[in-house]
Write a new protein. Sequence first.
Length: 187
Amino acid sequence: MPVRIYLDQGHNPDNPNAGAEGNGFREQDLVYAIGQRAAAMLRGYGFEVRLSRPTPETQLGTSVATSLAARVNDANAWGADYFISLHCNASDVTAASGTEAFVYRRDTDAEWLAYRLIEGVTDATGLPDRGILARPGLYVLRKTRMPAVLMELGFITNPGDAALLAYSPNLFAAGITNGILAYLAPQ
């Protein structure tokens, strides 16, 4: 049976749970496009992929809590092997740049997957590696039954990162795909 990857394109197209904005872009639009491209690439390698937002208009839940629960419940019910939530970071410091990841706990399969995902994205995009942090309070990491990683792909508030996210989504998709392939490669 093929490996099942659940790609969660963070946030909704509109409130509740709309994403960050910066440099004329909306987080939910950027991660939607990146998720679509990553899903196509992964399917090309024989993975089974489910997207939290299969269309740009897909609205999950009626509050932030129900939006997050809808994503996690769908991944759990589908029997995903891995859960990857895609996001854009934001900061008041417009020079802040790079890719980072969050996991529920260190020294787990999720941390190793996160390491490979960051490596794939930073190799593909040239963005700095900001590392991996444990964030057990994040709902999508706490409630999933499979290894789960929340990726902050780049800073929507940094003009360079934002342009890369908007105009080169295939680089991020390739980085995610390469990270998954590296993680699953025989040791």
